[in-house]
Ligand binder design. Structure first.
Ligand SMILES: Nc1ncnc2c1ncn2[C@@H]1O[C@H](COP(=O)(O)OP(=O)(O)OP(=O)(O)O)[C@@H](O)[C@H]1O
Ligand SMILES: [Mg+2]
Length: 317
């Protein structure tokens, strides 16, 4: 099967992705810098319902600048709740019962206590410092507004001094950045494929040059070829723009390919947080081994979907 928009087949894409990863790790130099962009300490989130649900339990981790941190775990383990908590997007009955989230802003040099932000400061923080691409985001574009208007709205709200032409210019640049032809600025969401809509959402998230992108299942609804193209694009963009990514998905094999480190969550707790290599070769937690074993593509029988250079089978040791 080839992708009608590019005439490339999935094998080519896989090769390109592997090349990108190799470039990341070797000649291209790793984009990960040895300084934190986000520090999370002892974060607890509870849904205050009749039988309270303790959805995130004592989460602590540090995210480095330019790093892709994968967050994996079965449905209902608390991934989305944790992601929302990171920039106060949680809504009642969810409540952060304790913990801190500190954002290290390399533009201003400030260490921002994210959970203490309110009002305008919080709203501006969410777009300009930490952007989020939601689960099912491609369906959240406004169906009656064209792409130009929706991209422009972000600028009107956050950079009101920009004139109309400048907004249009930046909108076109953003589309180009995510691989959508700028002629699509005049298109309405229903005129775009699912992959293009998701790229537009990513463009919107990038519009104010955030230092961190939280992506919750950003490609789950897309077919495998489009999924991989978008992932490749995200990796390229983080290399060029230097933002860090928290990438949430059920798809552990995919995380092994794109993530620098992977956190495995189970019943609200991060049970393991390792580099992708260590997690694959030497999983420490029994649950991680179960999770790895549940993907046939990782057990060596159909091993072509394995990160370059990973040729051992962790489930056989
Ligand atoms: N509004 C709510 N009220 C009560 N409990 C909730 C609410 N929203 C989520 N939960 C519970 O919190 C827990 C974590 O849910 P969350 O959506 O964060 O999981 P997830 O890991 O993102 O799952 P998925 O992979 O299906 O997206 C689950 O047990 C869920 O039932
Ligand atoms: Mg979720």
């Amino acid at each position: 099967m080839s992708d009608p928009t590019t005439n490339r087949d999935p094998e080519d894409l896989q090769e390109i992705l592997h090349d990108t990863l190799e470039a990341d790790r070797t000649g291209g130099g790793s984009p990960v810098r040895d300084e934190p962009v986000l520090t999370v300490e002892g974060l607890n989130v509870v849904y205050e319902v009749e039988q309270p649900v303790h959805a995130v339990k004592d989460a602590s981790f540090e995210l480095r600048r330019g790093e892709v941190l994968g967050l994996a775990g079965e449905s209902g383990c608390g991934k989305t709740t944790l992601a929302y908590g990171l920039n106060q997007l949680h809504r009642p009955p969810a409540r952060i019962s304790s913990g801190t989230v500190t954002f290290h802003d390399h533009v201003t040099g400030e260490h921002v206590d994210v959970l203490a932000l309110e009002g305008d400061r919080l709203r501006s923080f969410r777009w300009s410092k930490v952007a989020m691409v939601f689960q099912g985001a491609m369906n959240s574009l406004n169906p009656v507004l064209n792409v130009r208007t929706q991209l422009g709205d972000v600028f009107t709200t956050h950079l009101p001094h920009l004139g109309r032409e400048e907004r249009a210019r930046r909108g076109a640049e953003l589309l180009e950045l995510v691989g959508v032809d700028p002629s699509r600025l005049d298109a309405f969401p229903h005129e775009l494929s699912g992959g293009m809509r998701q790229r537009v959402m990513i463009a919107m998230a990038l519009s104010l040059d955030p230092q961190l992108m939280i992506m919750d299942e950003p490609t789950t609804a897309l077919d495998v070829v489009v999924q991989r193209e978008i992932l490749q694009e995200v990796l390229r963009l983080r290399r060029e723009l230097g933002f860090a990514v928290v990438f949430i998905t059920h798809d552990l094999p995919m995380l092994l390919e794109i993530a620098d480190r992977i956190a495995v969550m189970k019943a609200g707790r991060i049970v393991e947080l390792e580099t992708a290599e260590d997690l694959y070769f030497a999983p420490r937690h029994a649950y991680t081994r179960t999770l790895l074993g549940s993907f046939p593509s990782l057990t060596g029988e159909a091993g072509d979907f394995v990160r370059a250079g990973f040729d051992q089978d962790p489930t056989r040791s």
